[in-house]
Design a protein around this ligand. Structure first.
Ligand SMILES: [Zn+2]
Length: 296
């Protein structure tokens, strides 16, 4: 009986420590100026689970190794920790950086392909490192693409499919600055809005305050509560999270499929080079030392 009481009190101590450890983690993460996206913190499931789900049954017939998926997820999540100061908004489609975000993912799509087909390494390590770099670039692109569905009003505009222009074309410019997009201190999207916009992120401390920049625009809003409005669908407590998450999974698969097709459909590449590049991306067993030479 005494032993049971000791065990139970030990358990509750661990529960309390665990609870405060989680709160401390959340607090520490909020102290950075880094952006917020589909959150992978404590009880929240975000970029990691979206990416895992997207890759779970292979994409375009290509099975990615567990290690490859892990690398893609690691850099994807790191995108919220990379602090470039002003100008990082395009990586998350924040602050109406719609054109810049779309050009960024288009550029990264091309970069992944170029990394995969360009090389003439003298060692297997160097060859594999090139695959690693390609997956890091892919992870950054996937982060931005996933954020698009959380940070814009694409879902609220009634779209039930992904934006097929993303990764392919430059997106249209945001609405002129005199067009009201949100009311009630930037909290509530104006009903029936015919344009796509995205929320303005001004940091956690002011996430519920009226936007200092332009109060007829929309705020990003606090990701982990529904206490103030805004556009973000970063966690399950936010309205339309399920739809945004589901589109993010589909868009992830679409982008990877496009990268694979960029290689498959390039008439200037030989069949050997194409196969090797896709194997390299997915971290499948390599034929690097089979006598195939990748040289572009
Ligand atoms: Zn983000």
């Amino acid at each position: 009986m005494e032993m049971r009481t000791i065990l139970e009190s030990k358990k509750s101590i661990f529960r309390i420590i665990g609870k405060y450890f989680l709160l401390a983690l959340i607090f520490l993460s909020l102290q950075t100026n880094s952006a917020w996206s589909f959150a992978d913190l404590g009880p929240y499931d975000g970029h990691e689970s979206i990416t895992n789900e997207a890759f779970s049954s292979g994409i375009a017939g290509v099975d990615f190794s567990k290690g490859a998926i892990l690398q893609i997820i690691r850099i994807n999540k790191k995108a919220d920790k990379l602090i470039f100061g002003e100008g990082e908004q395009f990586q998350h489609f924040d602050d109406e950086f719609l054109i810049e975000g779309s050009l960024y993912v288009k550029y990264l799509r091309l970069s992944v392909k170029n990394l995969l087909i360009a090389g003439n390494e003298v060692s297997l390590d160097a060859y594999q490192f090139r695959g690693f770099r390609a997956r890091r670039v892919l992870g950054l692109a996937l982060h931005a693409i996933q954020d698009y569905y959380s940070h814009t009003n694409w879902v609220e505009a009634g779209n039930t499919q992904i934006n097929f222009d993303l990764g392919v074309n430059e997106l249209p410019p945001p609405a002129p600055s005199n067009i009201p997009l949100c009311t009630n201190d930037s909290n509530d999207l104006i009903a029936g809005l015919g344009v796509i916009t995205s929320g303005y992120w001004e940091g956690f401390g002011v996430a519920c305050a009226p936007l200092s920049s332009n109060q007829i625009k929309c705020r990003h809003g606090t990701p982990i509560t529904n206490n103030c409005g805004g556009l973000n669908k970063d966690t399950a407590v936010r309205p339309n999270y399920d739809t945004a998450r589901s589109l993010a999974v589909t868009a992830t698969q679409k982008f990877v499929e496009q990268v694979i097709n960029d290689i498959k459909n390039d008439p200037s590449l030989s069949a050997d080079v194409k196969n090797e590049a896709i194997r390299l991306l997915a971290d499948q067993p390599s034929s690097w030392n089979c006598g195939c030479v990748i040289y572009i």
